[in-house]
Design a protein around this ligand. Sequence first.
Ligand SMILES: [Zn+2]
Length: 413
Amino acid sequence: MFATILDEPGKDIALVDHLLSRLAPFGLRCPLLLQFERDWHEEMTRANLKALYGIEQAPSGTRLRERLDALDPACLQPLYKALFAQLQRGKGLEGFDYLDGHYLLSLDGTGYFSSKTVHCAQCAQKHHRDGTTTYYHQMLGAVLVHPEHKEIFPLAPEPILKPDGAQKNDCERNAAKRLLTDLRRAHPHLKLIVVEDGLASNAPHIRHLQALDFKFILGAKQSDHKALFDWVDASEQTALTTLSDRRGYRHRFRYLNAAPLNDANFDLEVNFLEYWEHAPDGTVTHFAWVTDIPIDNDNLMTLMRGARARWKIENETFNTLKNQGYHFEHNFGHGHQHLTTVLMHLMMLAFLIDQIQQRCCRLFQAAWTAAGSKARLWRKLRSRFELCLIPDWETPHRSIIAPQQIALGYDTS
Ligand SMILES: [Zn+2]
């Protein structure tokens, strides 16, 4: 699939081999990249890389970094769409729609590199009072989520570009504009409800969502939306409802349809939903959102749970990438131009491939169950990769499911 990216003629090692040579250690969660690079000169490692990843020739670590540093990260975007098509073909999205045939898409920003010393031309900079500088890269992530499903499916993320004296929020908003426009171009008919935090509930962003035919549920803070909250307070149509569940939680709602977003955008009507969760221990959690989905007594819980699934992008995407073996945020070589961003994409793509396997592949599910945890599954896969000649992906998975039945290791003489 990576071969769909055009390679320049006349290069002895194909671009696709460079990309796969970096995707492979991310896919196998190798903690030590340099060690992995040293191993791929060994005959068995080379054979395994070819059998599992289709790598014809692995470049040296130095050449790999130079080549990926010069690569325009935008050319990796079609890979997300190609993987998304595989997810659809594998019926991975069946039952993943949330409301009226729409999927929930959570958008949020995160950092993927930060250093006080290492930097490149693309780094954003923060100057501290003590005279030091922090160099960093951030991106806006876009992930399909569902409150009842473990899996999450990233679509193409968008780097947040270096601020040129602009406000941080402007940069994130501009990244959102590019991301949503590209997303609509890549998926013209995909029905989506975009869920975002309170930074997003501004008129230009809402009009942009509407123009691209996205539905939305966006956080709304009282401090940012005083006129809207006043309007809801004053309206006779504002409805109040309280529901209880079996766990002893009380869910208190207040809502009003067709309220003006603010005085400056009086023509822009939104539906307002406010929510208090009363836990059995007395804790009260409060949220408020604006949405273009008409609110009634029957969809209060659905809207609330959809809006709160937004957190999955932080908890289950970014935190997994940072803490569970992907080593997102670590410095694998920063480069001078694009290396950090290209590596971020490869890590995100490796994560997406895992999520698709987890959702669609019975063999992967059985091996995961047999291993007991993801960490143990990756360790077992890595140990087979290092010690045995592996003909295909099925063999190591089967050997994890039933270790006594499959003898790994092949006579190569
Ligand atoms: Zn940089």
